[in-house]
Design a protein around this ligand. Structure first.
Ligand code: GLV
Length: 287
């Protein structure tokens, strides 16, 4: 049986599955992510056979070498930008992620952010709590209909596909997308048409990001591309923070170059770029 180290508490069901199979699982006790020194120290402490990491752990060659007995490194995340795959390959390690496990949940959260923006839900909530409601008013907090909107998906893996499914079948939204390869299933199932990133940005009323974070996608949404969006459009990010140049986004939102944003991920999380949280036209959730 194997001895496994988990760098942070994860839902008990996962740990129980491992323990029921006879494995020993040790879980780091700290509430917040381990610092790099703490991670290295914990890994050097025992000859574990496998390690469960979180997306907050930066797993590179030095980390792999801190526990050379561990042949399996399981990342408790769909994204794997926090792991140096090349270094893992060099050492012949098995690296896994949780692909597919949260596609529906992330897609529903994406749609929730879109709905919050389209219905101006949080603005309405603030308005009520601030005692501003003086009676029904036809002009008050008018939103937009997703059913009449074009949704532009940047990336159409499992999560992008599920977002298209909900928005097309549930709302009748028009779906367009950008992906390096043709996605026949979203074209056939949801009538989606493929465009370049730039043409997707220019046409969409909602732009939703569903690409992995890689060198090629870091700051994919830079100042220039953000400004290609319609001034009435919303930007949604439930993928990875650094895909957007957050400083450029704050400026675009402040100067009303775009209408709003729904963000579940942040470029420097848990730090948030100066100014973002003071903006009215953004809704934020904690990844
Ligand atoms: C969360 O962001 C994940 O990658 O699972």
């Amino acid at each position: 049986m194997s001895s496994i180290f988990c760098t942070h508490r994860i839902p008990e069901t996962g740990l129980t599955l491992l323990r029921e199979k006879g494995h020993t699982v040790e879980v780091a006790e700290k509430e917040t992510p381990l610092t790099r020194d703490e991670l290295l120290q914990a890994l050097r402490a025992k000859p574990y056979d496998a390690v469960i990491t979180l997306l907050t752990d930066h797993v590179d060659g030095e980390v792999f070498d801190a526990c050379p007995t561990a042949r399996i490194w399981s990342n408790y995340a769909v994204g794997f930008n926090n792991l140096n795959i090349e270094e893992a390959k060099k050492r012949g390690l098995i690296v896994t992620n949780t692909a597919g496990t949260s596609s529906r949940a992330v897609a529903e959260h994406t749609v929730a952010l879109m709905l919050a923006l389209s219905t101006r839900l949080d603005e309405g909530d603030r308005f009520m709590r601030e005692g501003k409601f003086k009676g029904w008013d036809p002009d008050l907090l008018i939103g937009v209909d997703i059913s009449e909107s074009t949704v532009g998906l940047i990336g159409t893996g499992a999560i992008g596909h599920e977002v298209a499914n909900i928005l097309y079948k549930g709302f009748g939204a028009k779906i367009i997308y950008s992906d390096p390869v043709i996605n026949k299933s979203i074209e056939d199932e949801f009538g989606a048409r493929r465009y370049s990133v730039e043409d997707t940005l220019k046409q969409a009323d909602f732009v939703s990001l569903h690409v992995p974070l890689m060198n090629e996608t870091k700051h994919l949404l830079n100042k220039e591309r953000i400004e290609m969006m319609k001034p009435t459009a919303f930007l949604i990010n439930t993928a990875r923070g650094p895909i957007i140049d957050e400083k450029a986004l704050v400026e675009a939102l402040r100067d009303k170059k775009i209408r709003g944003a729904g963000l579940d991920v942040f470029e420097f999380e848990p730090e948030i770029t100066e100014g973002l949280l003071h903006l009215e036209n953004v809704i934020v959730t904690p990844h």
